[in-house]
Structures are given as C-alpha cells and as structure tokens.
Design a protein around this ligand. Structure first.
Ligand SMILES: [Zn+2]
Length: 439
C-alpha cells in the first residue's frame, strides 16, 4: 500500500524531467517532505520484512511487529552494518533478482557488494541529474568524469545523469590527469567531476601549463580539505562543489548547492539519522534507503561522523543539510586532548610552511601520558623547531579547548620529521592513528 504523500510523489515523478524535479525538490514545503519520508520508511520496512531474510530475522529476534514501525527509533537496536554486508552472503539482503552489482573496498580489502536493478540505477541517476541541474549543469556543457569506473557506482551514475539531462559526458574511468589535461581543449570540457586528490593533481598541471576556461568542478569519493578546495578554485577560477555518497547508498546521498555549506540530502530517497550525537550534534550517519527494492538497506551505519546543519540554507531549499564529514567513526581517537578527528589536524597544519601534504598524527603513550605526535616531511631546508612552533601556535589559536588540555598536562606534543616517501601508504592514508596499547 502506497501512502498518500508517496503516491503523490510517484505521480509527480512520472515523466518528470530532471530540471523540473530539481525545482520541485527545493521548493516543497517541509511538512510534505517529512510526510513523503514517513510514507517511504513505512513501506520499505514492510517490504523488507517480507522479502529480506536479514531484516526479517532481526525483527523477529527483537520481537518487533513491522506494521507498528513508524520511525527509525521504533526499530530499537536493529541496524545494518558494514560488517553484516562483509560477512553474510548476499542472499541475506537480496529481495529480488538483481541486474547490476557494485562494490566498495573496505580498509580490510574485502569488498562490500550492493545490488541494483536497471530501473533503480535510472531512478537514482534522475535525482543526481536534478542535483547537477541545481548547481548549473546545462545542455551544451561538456562533462568529463574521472571517477574510477571498475566496480564503483559513481562513474556509471554520473554518465546516466548526464544522459538524462542531455549533456555531453565522457565517463572515462580514472586515467592519469595528464591524459585528461591534454584533451581539455580538444573536447571543450567545461565541467570536471573527479576525486579530490585527482583534481588537485590536475590543477598542479594546469597551474604550470595554463588552465583552460572551466565553469564548474564537482568532487566526491574522498575528503577534500578547505585548503585543497581553495587551491583548486584559485587555479581554475571556478567553484568546486562537493558531493557525498557511497556504493551502499546507491551513489549520491547529498550534494552541496553553490553556497557550498553542507550537503543537501536527498530526503525523498533516504531517511538519515545521526546516531548518539555529542554536545555539538556530531554522531554517526545512519541511512535507510527508501526507494530501492532489490537490496534495500534499513538503518545502515555509514561509520562517517557528521551532524545536521541548523536553519535553512540561503539557497531556499527545504531539504535538510548535513555538515562535511568530520571523519570516520573508526578514525576518532579519544585521548587527553579530547575527541580527536583527522579534520582537527588538517586545520592545525593548514598554512604551516615547509611541510609536504603527506603527514600523519599518532597518539602514543609514554608512561601514563598521551603524546600527540605530528609526523611530517620537511622541505625547503626548514628547521624542525620552526615547524613545531607553527604547529603549537596554530593549535593554540584554532583549537583553544584542545590547547587548554595541553596546558593542564593532559597530553604532550611531539614533532617527528621523516624522510620523504616514508608516509606513502597506498590508496587511503590514515591521517590519525592510535598506537597506544590497550593494556
Ligand atoms: Zn543550499
């Protein structure tokens, strides 16, 4: 049974172009948005209760009657975790015969698999198209997308989204930035969609060789620091808009608008919760997919830490926003300095002269003391003492609470200089590591 609000959406969506959807998506009254969500949630819960072995077992194990579930909280301690997806066979989650599969690689190297139907991919692409339209992508533009294709979903979805908008698109996997740079003028690309680090490398080439005119850049798939964003925007003299999502979420969960202040969430297709928020509202992002039927995920724990942004965005959109991801839950370190996230150290090291962008912060233990050790590579013959002084000054000025804990003797600071290349640790470098022993 489709709920009333949801029925209205389904009707409104039939034949709806992405531009119309974009307009409609930002202008709906808040009350209607929440009612669409509530309908979607009830429906997916009842559907998964009938068709998904994993969820059905969780329901009966917790003695919960799915017909009484109205909101995520009604499910108590029922969640779907990355560990569930990694360890249980796909049949536990599949509700019908799939037509496509995508993977994400976890830190362990084992892939998490998510299955879809073609319809679901087209449906997701339509919402992505609406988001692209909203930030200014138009027919006549030329998009080059260099998200890794392989088993990842984002390259395919971007291609399908551009197709729905009638926009020229080369989704070419992830070649070396040089390959794309040499074709920028030939194909007249004016919109670049890529991973943050790839975009930075491309920008370094453009800074030396010249930057052809580009209207917009979109980055996702990794975290982009404010410093990187500013650098890329300066080189191209164009805005960098960030998107957030994952394969499990079926591509995009949200995208910034041109104001670039938080991700606008696709609340028509996802119910987002922030689990166990701290005093500032930061907690773990938990996502329920409302529209998918091949492999819906109920209360999927994304392990990313974020918070809802209060107040409405000046762009006028009525859908909620979440803050930039602060870090991964498994990257948070609780220590004498407080709750530490990689983002804190990005900010501390921003603007420090004479260090490369490869750095790591380790929490170590000496006796009963926590040591916050900054590991950096020095360049330009700068002295370690100068770098350490800059780090201390930045920490004191930018994170007074953390500094106050230092003054109280809750932790000590150390700087370790490493030879170049020592911190090169493959695809995803850990910025913050906890090396204290449990004993
Ligand atoms: Zn906005």
């Amino acid at each position: 049974m489709l709920g009333k609000a949801r029925k209205l959406v389904e009707r409104a969506l039939i034949g709806r172009s992405a531009p119309a959807l974009a307009h409609w998506g930002i202008s709906l009254p808040r009350r209607l948005v929440t009612s669409i969500q509530a309908d979607g949630f009830r429906e997916v819960v009842q559907y998964a209760a009938r068709h998904q072995k994993f969820f059905a077992r969780k329901l009966s194990g917790n003695g919960i009657d799915p017909s009484r579930v109205r909101r995520p909280e009604d499910l108590g301690e029922i969640f779907t975790t990355a560990e569930d997806l990694l360890t249980l066979p796909s049949e536990e989650f599949l509700c019908r015969e799939p037509q496509a599969v995508f993977e994400t690689t976890g830190t362990t190297g084992r892939p998490k698999r998510t299955y879809f139907s073609y319809d679901e991919l087209d449906f997701a692409a339509r919402y992505e198209a609406a988001a692209l339209y909203e930030i200014g992508v138009r027919p006549g533009d030329r998009v080059v997308c260099t998200f890794d294709a392989a088993y990842w979903i984002s390259s395919w979805l971007t291609f399908l989204a551009c197709k729905q908008l009638g926009v020229f698109c080369s989704a070419v996997g992830k070649p070396h930035p040089k390959e794309v740079y040499s074709r920028l003028r030939e194909y007249g690309y004016n919109i670049i969609i890529a991973d943050p680090t790839w975009l930075v490398t491309l920008s370094e080439i453009a800074q030396v060789e010249g930057a052809p005119s580009v209207k917009l850049m979109i980055a996702a798939g990794d975290r982009m620091t404010d410093a990187y964003r500013r650098y890329v925007q300066e080189v191209w003299n164009a805005p960098v808009v960030l998107g957030y999502g994952s394969t499990e979420m079926g591509g995009g969960l949200g995208m910034e608008c041109l104001r670039r202040d938080g991700y606008h969430i696709d609340e028509f297709n996802f119910w987002v919760e922030i689990l166990n928020p701290d005093a500032e509202g930061y907690g773990e992002l938990v996502v329920t997919t409302l529209a998918r039927r091949t492999m819906p995920l109920i209360r999927y724990r994304a392990r990313d830490l974020t918070r809802f942004l209060e107040g409405s965005c000046p762009c006028g959109a009525t859908i909620q926003r979440i803050a930039k991801i602060r870090g991964r839950r498994d990257e948070m370190v609780v220590m004498g300095a407080g709750n530490m996230y990689p983002e804190i150290f990005e900010k501390v090291l921003e603007g420090v002269e004479g260090i490369s962008d490869r750095w790591q912060v380790a929490v170590r233990q000496e006796g009963r003391h926590d040591i916050l050790e900054f590991r950096v590579e020095l360049s330009n013959g700068i002295s370690p003492a100068t770098v350490e002084q800059a780090v201390r000054e930045n920490l004191q000025a930018r994170f007074p609470d953390v500094w106050a804990n230092h003054v109280c003797g809750m932790f000590r600071l150390a700087l370790r200089c490493l030879p170049a290349g020592k911190l090169e640790t493959g695809r995803k470098q850990r910025r913050l590591v906890d090396e204290r022993s449990d004993s």
